[in-house]
Design a protein around this ligand. Structure first.
Ligand SMILES: NC(=O)c1ccc[n+]([C@@H]2O[C@H](COP(=O)([O-])OP(=O)(O)OC[C@H]3O[C@@H](n4cnc5c(N)ncnc54)[C@H](O)[C@@H]3O)[C@@H](O)[C@H]2O)c1
Ligand SMILES: O=P(O)(O)OC[C@H](O)CO
Length: 346
């Protein structure tokens, strides 16, 4: 049994709390929102975000951050990306050196283009920071539906510790040293999911969605490699795995927002209707800037940026993607596939 603090009581923080509590851990969950904590403690249910799912008795909710952080070994950061910096500054006041911080949010900091683990590390440089990511919708995790994730950490012992804590018969956790790749995969797939949703909203078909997913992971991998991540991570749970679940599931907030935009709603209307955090919107801005910074071609990200922030008609965006300059499927010579070497020279 471990004592765990969860910072953020939205759908993901609450679902992870339920998972950990069912494994026998003692969980304290903090939210800035008084009504949310009152609901969790008194009604034993997150009626807005996980209706019908009981909150186990070994979860205790509090709005007092000091109390939430006291006497725990693991601190799970589960607030939306735009609150990660300000929440980290608050958490920093109470953090102990031996507490491992596990970031589970997926996004990038818009003003600095930093990953969220980098933001947390900047604020709390003396603590070990791990990331947990993968194809995992809160609605399913909270209902014990078998799920897999990957934990990334600089130190193997930290990754192993987090793996031990989260692993259960319904939640299988792998370890990896590639924090950068895991975070990029988790953040950028949300932008591709907006694109997949827009495609569905325009009544395009499975061919279109498969194209967006496949060419989307190509974009993510290109950028990831340029930023020092491992290409293999993008073929893993936090890459293609999360891309599949987010682009195909009706649980996905990003996909649902995309569908509404494809059907003609404005970005603001779509965000309002989804009523939970749509991380892909801010990430689209950051990703567009990062692609320019690293001079990496990311045509889907670029078109989504234009649809969201420059009022571009989604149909036109699709046409521009289809008719962009002709190119090879792989940008560089594939050294494992010798046939291509001569072929590309022609
Ligand atoms: N929901 C999922 O299935 C899921 C799965 C994996 C990862 N994530 C990631 O987890 C993160 C949180 O997502 P979510 O789905 O739980 O969001 P959500 O919209 O369900 O919840 C948002 C929560 O943020 C907290 N909050 C609101 N204002 C705040 C403030 N000013 N400061 C600090 N906290 C505040 C509240 O607890 C609120 O309920 C996102 O980055 C998301 O991508 C979500
Ligand atoms: O509902 P979404 O689109 O925010 O996606 C949630 C998770 O990242 C899925 O793994």
């Amino acid at each position: 049994m471990e004592r765990i603090s969860i910072i953020g009581a939205g759908s993901w923080g609450t679902a992870l709390g339920i998972l950990l509590a069912k494994s026998g851990h003692q969980v304290k969950i903090w939210s800035i929102l008084k009504d949310e904590i009152k609901m969790l403690n008194e009604e034993r249910e997150h009626k807005d975000k996980l209706p019908g799912i009981a909150i186990p008795s070994n979860i205790y909710g509090t709005t007092d951050l000091k109390e939430a952080m006291e006497d725990t070994k693991i601190v799970v950061m589960a607030v939306p990306s735009k609150f990660v910096r300000e929440t980290s500054k608050k958490v920093k006041e109470f953090i102990q050196k031996d507490q491992i911080i596990v970031n589970v949010a997926k996004g990038l900091e818009e003003s600095t283009l930093l990953s969220l683990a980098e933001v947390i590390e900047e604020e709390m440089p003396d603590n070990e920071v791990a990331v947990l990511s993968g194809p995992s919708h809160a609605e399913e995790v909270a209902k014990d539906i078998p799920t897999t994730c990957v934990v990334g950490a600089n130190s193997k012992s930290v990754a192993n510790k987090v793996q031990d804590v989260f692993m259960s018969k319904t939640f299988r956790v792998y370890t990896s040293p590639d924090i950068k790749g895991i975070e990029l995969g988790g953040a950028l797939k949300n932008v591709i999911a907006l694109a997949a949703g827009i495609s569905d909203g325009l009544n395009f078909g499975d061919n279109t969605k498969a194209a967006l997913m496949t060419r989307g992971i190509a974009e993510l991998s290109r950028l990831g490699i340029a930023m020092g991540a491992s290409v293999h991570t993008f073929a893993g749970l936090s890459g293609i795995g999360d891309l599949i679940v987010t682009c195909t599931s009706m649980h996905s907030r990003n996909r649902r927002a995309g569908i509404l935009i494809g059907q003609g709603q404005t970005l603001e209307e779509a965000i309002k209707e989804v009523n939970m955090v749509v991380e892909g919107v801010n990430t689209a801005k950051a990703a567009y800037e990062i692609s320019k910074k690293y001079a990496i071609e990311m045509p889907i990200i670029e078109q989504i940026y234009k649809v969201l922030f420059e009022n571009k008609n989604p149909k036109e965006a699709v046409e521009d993607l289809m008719l962009r300059d002709k190119t090879n499927e792989h940008k560089k010579l594939d050294m494992d596939f010798n046939k291509t070497i001569e072929w590309y020279k022609e």
